[in-house]
Design a protein around this ligand. Structure first.
Ligand SMILES: [Fe+2]
Length: 106
């Protein structure tokens, strides 16, 4: 997954920065997904359950940024929520999901 993130975003650190910026601007979710047609990773923001889905894209990382996801603990401080999200992020599990998803090629 490190290689794929580096290919798409320059480095893992740059990916985290860009994904977090996307999450700051999203109203629903930010999603890192494997695009089975282009065989690369993309970040998508989606605002609703029934909109924003991308055909052929397999979610790898899904971050809920609806207010109900963080407001009770962090108030309006979404940046603090994102900081804790990354601090607790299970990279091993995400890598497992990526390994299986990246086998899918359309
Ligand atoms: Fe939610």
């Amino acid at each position: 997954m490190v290689d794929a993130l580096t290919a798409s975003y320059g480095s893992v650190e740059a990916f985290i920065k860009y994904f977090s910026e996307c999450a700051m601007s999203a109203r629903g979710w930010s999603v890192l997904a494997w695009d089975a047609r282009e065989c690369r990773l993309w970040i998508y923001n989606a605002d609703a359950h029934n909109q924003g889905g991308v055909w052929g894209a397999v979610p790898i990382i899904v971050l809920d940024v609806h207010e109900h996801a963080y407001f009770m603990d962090y108030g309006a401080d979404r940046k603090a929520y994102l900081k804790v999200f990354w601090k607790n992020f299970n990279w091993s599990r995400a890598n497992d999901v990526f390994k299986r998803a990246s086998l899918i090629r359309l």
